[in-house]
Design a protein around this ligand. Structure first.
Ligand code: C2G
Length: 130
């Protein structure tokens, strides 16, 4: 029985924090789907990524731990994705701890520790100051 995992995120300026999350997610099951936030959805989140959606999706899809990439366009799509893709585990970094517990009637909800001292924002600030 295939254990399917899903996660959601912007994945801007792909870094080792993202890699370590995806690696741990891949270890939780047999198949990992990553829903990458579109540029339009990032505007709704109040985020502007440095890298456009098409390239962020391409980079995440190239990661050895990822089996499938889909677009994340709305906050509400998670329930539909979990049912449509027959997901067993929904997981995010723990900066989102508690935010998605409402999904626990559909699947396991897991929050994994964020990797310290790295973020897309910190990378942007460092590059600007270089
Ligand atoms: N992450 C991590 N360690 C870091 C940075 C990020 O584990 N140092 C994790 C985050 O916790 C998240 C994932 O990597 O689970 C993607 O991070 P972001 O691209 O910042 O995602 P975010 O903008 O929070 O979007 O519907 C959910 C949202 O789309 C999440």
């Amino acid at each position: 029985m295939t254990r399917k995992v899903i996660t959601y995120g912007t994945f801007d300026l792909f870094h080792h924090g993202h890699v370590r999350l995806l690696q741990r997610l891949a270890d939780l099951g047999d198949h990992l789907t990553v829903a990458v936030s579109t540029d339009e959805f990032n505007a709704i989140k109040g985020k502007r990524s440095s890298i456009p959606y098409a390239h962020r999706a391409e980079i995440v899809a190239a990661c050895r731990y990822v089996d499938e990439v889909i677009p994340e366009e709305h906050w509400e799509q998670k329930r539909r994705d979990i049912e449509r893709l027959e997901i067993d585990i929904f997981a995010m970094g723990d900066d989102w701890a508690g935010h998605f517990d409402d999904l626990s009637d559909l699947c396991e909800v897991i929050y994994l520790e964020r990797t310290k001292d790295v973020s897309s924002t910190e990378i942007k600030l460092f590059v600007r100051s270089a």
